[in-house]
Design a protein around this ligand. Structure first.
Ligand SMILES: CC(C)(COP(=O)(O)OP(=O)(O)OC[C@H]1O[C@@H](n2cnc3c(N)ncnc32)[C@H](O)[C@@H]1OP(=O)(O)O)[C@@H](O)C(=O)NCCC(=O)NCCS
Length: 255
């Protein structure tokens, strides 16, 4: 059976099932919350839709580093405010604090990171907690809503962590980033080539907590399906290699 045929059949069917299941679960959850009288405000709206966003851990460091290093000079400038060198990027990745902060990734089917966000959390006793949001999307995957969805995911977590203020530092030329911030209701303060955006977050509620749980479960399920698919194709490649070896052996024996 051809590789394409195999890919068309069981793989797509399973994805459709998972997608439908996830959507149904989310819709049912929202309906349940609505009936329970929980207001469905915009900030808590689950418009992450069917884009699986995984909270990243230490084990994802190689994929994070590969994603960051793949950003071109201008993107590094937009992301960090300066054209970070490879060394500076490696140091940034090495110093990521997975305990304190939240780091999110969107993976392709090869489990490469296509888009990632870093929510750096600042908690000080006696002060309101704050967080800073940074994001990057691989050039080929822009305009698909990944940046916006990562922002919404980070807002949801920040609310659940009782963070009251979200801060974004962007260059004034960075139209998509400023649009994401502005659409969410952030106040923008332009200072020449740089702009600071502040977003005051609503308090957490049942909706934001349930939605975060569902979003995480969906992302975990999606990630393990991709892992299984990679294992399956590598198994198939090994089988093919063995078959080729046996066939070559037979030919030699026959000659
Ligand atoms: C900023 C960035 C993350 C946006 O990612 P993205 O996945 O393309 O963003 P989205 O597809 O969610 O689009 C966000 C919004 O910007 C709008 N947009 C996209 N390109 C735009 C452009 N060139 N000009 C104006 N608006 C634009 C989109 O229409 C969307 O608005 P909408 O939701 O109202 O339609 C991406 O461009 C990037 O990685 N840039 C390099 C790193 C960076 O700048 N990081 C931000 C600083 S922390």
């Amino acid at each position: 059976m051809g590789k394409n045929k195999l890919r068309e059949n069981p793989y797509n069917m399973r994805m459709m099932f998972v997608e439908t299941l996830a959507k149904t679960t989310v819709d049912a959850g929202r309906e349940w919350l609505r009936r329970a009288g929980v207001p469905q405000d915009r900030a808590g709206h689950f418009s992450t839709g069917l884009i699986p966003i995984c909270p990243l851990q230490q084990e994802h460091v190689p994929a994070i580093q590969a994603h960051m290093l793949s950003l071109g000079g201008h993107d590094r400038y937009l992301r960090f405010g300066f054209a970070a060198t490879d060394e500076q990027i490696k140091r940034y990745v090495d110093e990521l604090n997975f305990e304190r902060d939240e780091i999110y990734g969107i993976f392709n089917r090869h489990l490469d990171i296509v888009a990632m966000a870093h929510l750096a959390i600042l908690k000080e006793t006696g002060r309101d907690s704050m967080a800073e949001f940074g994001v990057s999307v691989q050039a080929y995957a822009r305009g698909r809503g990944y940046g916006g969805r990562l922002f919404e995911r980070a807002v949801m977590h920040a609310r659940n962590e009782q963070i009251s203020l979200l801060y974004i530092h962007a260059l004034s030329e960075n139209a998509p980033m400023l649009r994401i911030a502005k659409s969410a209701g952030a106040t923008l303060e332009r200072d020449g080539s740089e702009t600071e955006a502040y977003l005051r977050l609503p308090e957490r509620d049942l909706d934001s907590r349930v939605t975060e749980l569902v979003a995480d479960q969906f992302a975990k399920a999606n990630y393990s399906i991709k892992e299984d698919a990679i294992r399956f194709w590598s198994f198939l490649a090994n089988v093919q290699e063995i078959r080729d070896g046996v066939r070559a052996g037979r030919h030699q024996a026959a000659e």
